[in-house]
Structure formats: structure tokens, C-alpha cells
Write a protein that binds this ligand. Structure first.
Ligand code: IVH
Length: 682
């Protein structure tokens, strides 16, 4: 990660300091914050950069060099200051930090200990003769708040240790993912707003007084006073033996590493495990393991010199809720989905997040235009956690709930938390059959809305595969279905049986794949079997499919596996063409490449069609024209740009023709074009 630029002026620096102080104060007060972790870290680093360049302008309230950004308060003094950690953001920064430490020691570090950086709040728990006497927050590092009353609800922080020792455990209190879910369930049941974030939940819970409900937390010990002479890894073993909970039992267990390279490997492992851990981590801590190294290195006023946090990208980010979409699922469930101002979380751009159900939206008190906390971890579907209520401007709008099923327009059953179309699965069936029969998909004439409803309601059709087994007798049982209509419909279905792959694929109604994308996917893979065999990585090789969409398509393909089997048995979608992408693994074991070079008279051309088509092209819809262009090796596009190489201009061609002429793009009549692609047209 590049270092953020220093503020450009004293005023910008003062503004940055004020913003950081506000954020730190809010964060340590109740865990709510107007800034995401990454933004806060970047702000502090920019402030540090300015202060390095202008050491005599450092403001006294600057958060740099202070534990908790100088925000926290408390009145019970710590016996030994509770320090923070310095941060590094890359392997290179870690290396130079370690080199600095070894220079200071004048010798190599004996060994490292690598452990998860637990995303909670630091506490100190004092034991006298093995009995818990007092629990303190970190506060400003010198004095903390007494939170002994909250200890009861903290798992892993025993009332009594296994031996009657005098010791002060130090470690992190957090809400595991499960505890976070439980906490929000019980809070919303009590009419309280849900916690935005597990850490704000932990902070709020430790301080809460007189709550009508109980929220359970978890403690992880990572340090102690009063057990001298032990190397760090040994100390952790001793703490566990005394009955304190440590990270030892987790997949991210602390590990002693002989070299920095080994430590780096363990950091990568822990980072890779992050999504699967049952609790949040915001980094990995690297510590000099030997007590001799720790003592020789000592500590600064803010942080020890023998330990450092390798920060990971935050999994929570703040962004704006732009709107809510209502999607009807396969079973007729009407699910709200948040449309977000795009935000990068842990390297992935997130634009949508789940909102569960209408009751959940109400409980969270969300409004359109709100700044919201969004959470994403690994492959988990991003979700909107809560609005930042104190950031409201007054311009926020209530979220409109649908009054009728957004898919079929029938009524909504709102008796359960999850709303559902009264047609249930049939809502999906009717809509998906109408869609599949549409002109740009299977193009089945005579199968419009009324017929689709009849077929579904008569139990003859539940999905599009059923269309291909319909018999004349079955059709004749339908109202207003005479001999001729039945024969015509059967003939239209028969024609549809041999539609090309792209249309059959499009007919499936896979999310994120309309006509254009279906054409690209079909051309790329060449057969339904190859599409089905593709993993997310292979799908992401198709022009226009990013990682997020590829994952969705893979999931959807699994969902329709049975349907695809039945279609295949009917010979639907059986066409095979030469794929534009090499098979996933070639003979030399290489992976799929996508040079996309296609042969044909339009190879390398970017073609736009405008005006009405005549002659041999008269009957072709725009979609069919686009298919034709792609069969001929070209790329179809809907607007004229510098990249356009050919415009097919029919009658009444308007502004696109003018633009093409202005840009010097070649223009053809439909007849000239038909001659050019005669082979593909046949
Ligand atoms: S060691 C002198 N180890 O991260 C020792 N801290 O950003 C200083 N934290 O204040 C702390 N996991 O609240 C240490 N395994 C771990 C940790 C850890 C989380 C927290 C702790 C610290 C903060 C610094």
C-alpha cells in the first residue's frame, strides 16, 4: 500500500487532525465511527507524513504517538502502561521494521511469534491469589475504566484461575460472529438498534449499565504481568494452563517461527484463514518471542519496539445506500437488496449487499441516502450492518416497500418475516417461461403471458424444460386452445429445440447474463458442457465478467443443474461450436487464455447497427443482428465511438450515422452488409 500524501497546507493538516480526533473520540466512546478503519489509518499516516516534514507545526491534539489516538479516558491507573502497536501494511514494511529492530539489538532476533490481531478491545484483568478482582479497559493506556461488572458475560475470563497466583491478564474482548448475530437478535427484539460492527458491539456491551438483556462476549489473552522470564510462546501456554482463553485452539493459533520468512508465511496463512475464522481479525501481530530480545528492545511511549501489527484490509467499510431493489427468488420470496455507492472491501468492489427482509430494514432503521456500515469477508455475501445515524443530513428518504410482486404483479403475502409472492414458486415459473419463450431467447411464438399462466396453473409446466415434453393432448385440455393453436404451438416449440447455444443459455435467465453476455459466454466456451464445467476463474475470462459476477454465475449454474440435465436430455442447447477460448487446461497444462481472436469477415471489427434493416436482413431483430455480427467474428456495440470500425445504416438512420461520418467510420447499407456476411447469414 502506498503511503498517503501529506496534507498540502497547514489548514488541511489541521482539518485532518480534527477529523481524526473526532473519529477516535466516537470510536472509543461507543465504537461508532464516521470513518472506516482503512480510512482512519490512512488519515493518521497522512498526518504523520505532514508532521515529519513540519516537526515544529505539530498540533498538541494530534492523534499521532498517542495510545487510542488520545481519545480514551479512564480513572483507574494501570500498574504498567497498556501500550498499542505500531502498524506495517506490507511484507516490505515488515522487513524494514524487523531490520530496524535487529539493528537496535545488534543481533538477529532469536525467534518470532506470529498470532492473530484480534479485532476487539484491550482489557486488563487482575487476579489476586487466583481470583478475579478487577477488570479495566485500556483507556488512554495509563488509566482505564473499571468494567469489572461486565466480566460475568465474558467467556474465557474465568472468575478463578487454576492456581492461586497474582497475575494481570491482558488481552482482547470481542464478539465472535455468532455472538454478534445473537447480540443483534436480542437487541432488535428489545427495540434497540443493532450494533453496526462486532467491535462497536463489544465496546458498547462492556460499558453498558442496566441492560434488560445479556450479551455474551469472548476474551483472548495475549499477554500477562506477573509471570516473568517466559518467552512469548511459553507465556501463552502458561496462560492457557491457568485457565485463560487464548487463540491457541483456533485455526489462527499463535506460532513460533525461526525466521522472518517463516513468519511471513504464517502471516499469509492467517490472512487466508480470515474469512473462515469464527471471529474478526484486523491484522496479524509479529512479536520477538524471546524475553531477552523484548527486554533489550524495550518500549516507546506508545508501543513496544519488539512487536508490530501487520494490518489487513478492513472488512467493514462505510459507504452510501443509494437504493433498494426487490428481487423475487425461485420460491417467490421477495428479497430486498441494497444498491451501494461502490466501495472496495478487502480488494473487491462491492455495489450490492443483502438486506435480508423488510422487517430487518425497519429494525435497522435504514433510509436511502444513509451512510451505512457494509461488511464483507471472503466469499460471504456483503451485508448492510447499520446506518450511521449521526451522519444524517436530513436529505435521507424512507425506503419504499413494494405493494405488489415486482415480478408478476400479483399480491404479496406479508404474514411472515420474509415476504413472498402469493403465487410462490409459480411466480417464478410463469415469469421464467415467459422470459425463456421471448423473442431474443427461444422465440416461441404463441407462448405469451396468458398461455404461460395457463400452462403453469394446469400443472403442465414448472420450468422451461417441461415445454419440450408437452403433448398435443395436454395442450388441448387448456381453455381456448383449439387444434390449430395446439399444432402451431407445438411446431414453434419444435423449432425452439434447435436454437443456438447463446439463446438457450440466455433463456435460463441466469442473473447477470442478458443477451450480450450470453452471446459472449456461448462463443467463449462453445458448448453447454464447457459452460457447466467452468469455474469462476474460467468465467472471469469472458469479456465483461468480473470476479463478483463470475461467482454469481457459478452459483446459479449449480442451481439450474437439474434443469440443464433435462434440457440436454431433450436435445435443447446441444449445439457445439468452436470456442474462442482454449479449453480450461491445454495439453501443456497451461490455463485458459482469452485472446478472443475470432475468424470471419468481421474479424477485429467493432460494428454498430442503426436504422431499419431491409432486404435479407429485414426480419432480423437487433439481437439477431448482433448475433450475426458475432458469428462473423465481429464485436457488436450499440453506440458509435472512436473504437467503432463499421456502421450498418438502414433507413431512417439518424444521429449515429452523423457521428460515424464525423469520426470517419466506414458506413454500409444493409444490402452491402448482407453480402459481406452472406456465409454466416445462410
Ligand atoms: S500485543 C505490549 N497482541 O491491538 C503488547 N495486541 O492496535 C501490546 N491486539 O492494543 C499488544 N490482538 O488491543 C497484542 N495478539 C495481540 C493482539 C493485540 C489484538 C490489539 C490490542 C492492542 C491493539 C493495537
Amino acid at each position: 500500500m502506498a503511503s498517503p500524501a501529506a496534507p498540502a497546507s497547514p489548514q488541511a493538516y489541521a482539518d485532518a487532525v480534527a477529523a481524526a480526533v473526532r473519529a477516535a473520540a466516537a470510536y472509543y466512546a461507543d465504537g461508532a465511527t464516521p470513518l472506516g478503519d482503512d480510512e482512519y489509518d490512512a488519515l493518521v499516516r497522512a498526518i504523520e507524513a505532514y508532521e515529519r516534514e513540519h516537526p515544529d507545526e505539530v498540533l498538541p491534539e494530534s492523534p499521532t504517538g498517542k495510545v487510542a489516538g488520545g481519545a480514551a479516558v479512564g480513572d483507574v491507573p494501570h500498574s504498567v502502561p497498556m501500550l498499542s502497536l505500531d502498524n506495517v501494511f506490507s511484507a516490505e514494511e515488515l522487513e524494514s521494521w524487523a531490520a530496524g529492530l535487529e539493528r537496535r539489538l545488534g543481533r538477529p532476533v532469536a525467534a518470532w511469534c506470529v498470532e492473530p490481531k484480534l479485532d476487539g478491545l484491550a482489557i486488563a484483568a487482575r487476579y489476586r491469589a487466583g481470583r478475579l478482582t478487577r477488570v479495566l479497559t485500556r483507556g488512554d493506556g495509563l488509566a482505564g475504566e473499571d468494567i469489572t461488572a461486565a466480566a460475568d458475560a465474558v467467556l474465557g475470563l474465568p472468575d478463578r484461575l487454576a492456581e492461586p497466583v497474582d497475575v494481570e491478564l491482558r488481552g482482547e474482548v470481542l464478539l465472535t460472529h455468532e455472538q454478534f448475530e445473537q447480540a443483534n437478535a436480542v437487541r432488535t427484539a428489545h427495540g434497540a438498534t443493532p450494533f453496526a460492527h462486532p467491535r462497536s458491539g463489544a465496546a458498547g456491551t462492556l460499558r453498558a449499565k442496566d441492560r434488560a438483556y445479556r450479551v455474551e462476549l469472548t476474551f483472548f489473552a495475549y499477554d500477562a504481568l506477573g509471570l516473568p522470564g517466559l518467552d512469548h510462546a511459553e507465556l501463552l501456554v502458561r496462560l492457557a494452563a491457568l485457565g485463560a482463553h487464548t487463540a491457541a485452539g483456533t485455526a489462527a493459533a499463535p506460532r513460533r517461527c525461526a525466521t522472518l520468512a517463516e513468519a511471513q508465511q504464517r502471516i499469509d496463512e492467517i490472512a487466508g484463514l480470515r474469512a473462515a475464522l469464527p471471529f474478526g481479525i484486523d491484522g496479524v501481530v509479529v512479536k520477538a518471542d524471546a524475553v531477552a530480545d523484548q527486554e533489550a528492545a524495550g518500549s516507546g511511549s506508545r508501543a513496544p519496539r519488539w512487536a508490530v501489527a501487520r494490518k489487513l484490509q478492513a472488512q467493514h467499510q462505510v459507504t452510501r445506500l443509494l437504493g433498494v431493489e426487490w428481487n423475487v427468488g425461485r420460491t417467490g420470496i421477495i428479497a430486498p437488496r441494497a444498491v451501494l455507492e461502490p466501495v472496495v472491501i478487502d480488494g473487491v468492489t462491492v455495489t450490492y449487499a443483502t438486506l435480508h427482509n423488510p422487517a430487518d430494514i425497519e429494525r435497522r432503521g435504514l433510509m436511502i441516502g444513509d451512510q451505512v456500515f457494509v461488511y464483507r469477508a471472503g466469499d460471504v455475501i456483503p451485508r448492510v450492518e447499520a446506518p450511521l445515524v449521526d451522519q444524517r443530513t436530513g436529505a435521507e428518504q424512507p425506503i419504499a416497500f413494494p405493494e405488489v410482486c415486482p415480478r408478476c404483479g400479483d399480491a404479496i403475502d406479508t404474514s411472515e418475516q420474509r415476504w413472498r409472492c402469493v403465487r410462490g414458486r409459480a411466480c417464478q415459473a410463469v415469469a421464467s417461461v415467459i422470459y425463456a419463450a421471448g423473442r431474443d431467447q427461444l422465440d416461441i411464438e404463441g407462448l405469451g403471458g396468458t398461455r404461460a399462466v395457463q400452462l403453469v396453473e394446469a400443472g403442465l409446466v414448472a420450468d422451461l424444460a417441461d415445454l419440450f415434453t408437452l403433448t398435443r393432448e395436454q395442450l388441448l385440455t387448456l381453455e381456448r386452445m383449439g387444434d390449430t393453436s395446439a399444432d402451431n404451438l407445438l411446431a414453434a416449440i419444435e423449432t425452439a429445440r434447435s436454437r443456438p447455444l447463446n439463446r438457450v443459455f440466455c433463456a435460463l435467465g441466469i442473473r447477470g447474463t442478458g443477451r450480450t453476455m450470453s452471446r459472449r459466454i456461448a462463443a467463449h466456451f462453445g458448448s453447454m458442457a464447457a459452460i457447466r464445467a467452468a469455474d469462476a476463474e474460467a468465467l472471469a475470462g469472458v469479456d465483461g465478467i468480473g470476479a463478483e459476477k463470475a461467482a454469481v454465475i457459478v452459483t446459479e449454474l449449480v442451481d439450474v443443474a437439474a434443469l440443464l440435465d433435462r434440457l440436454a436430455a431433450q436435445g435443447v442447447g446441444a449445439a457445439v461450436t468452436e470456442p474462442t477460448a482454449p479449453a480450461a487446461t491445454s495439453a501443456d497444462g497451461g490455463s485458459a487464455a482469452t485472446d478472443g481472436t475470432a475468424a470471419g469477415p468481421l474479424a477485429g471489427q467493432s460494428v454498430v447497427v442503426t436504422g431499419s434493416m431491409t432486404g435479407a436482413l429485414a426480419e432480423l431483430s437487433r439481437n439477431a443482428m448482433n448475433e450475426l455480427i458475432e458469428r462473423a467474428g465481429g464485436k457488436a456495440s450499440s453506440s458509435v465511438s472512436k473504437r467503432t470500425t463499421l456502421l450498418v445504416a438502414g433507413e431512417k438512420a439518424g444521429s449515429k450515422r452523423a457521428k460515424a461520418e464525423e469520426l470517419g467510420v466506414a458506413v454500409m447499407t444493409p444490402e452491402e452488409f448482407a453480402a459481406l456476411v452472406a456465409d454466416q447469414l445462410g
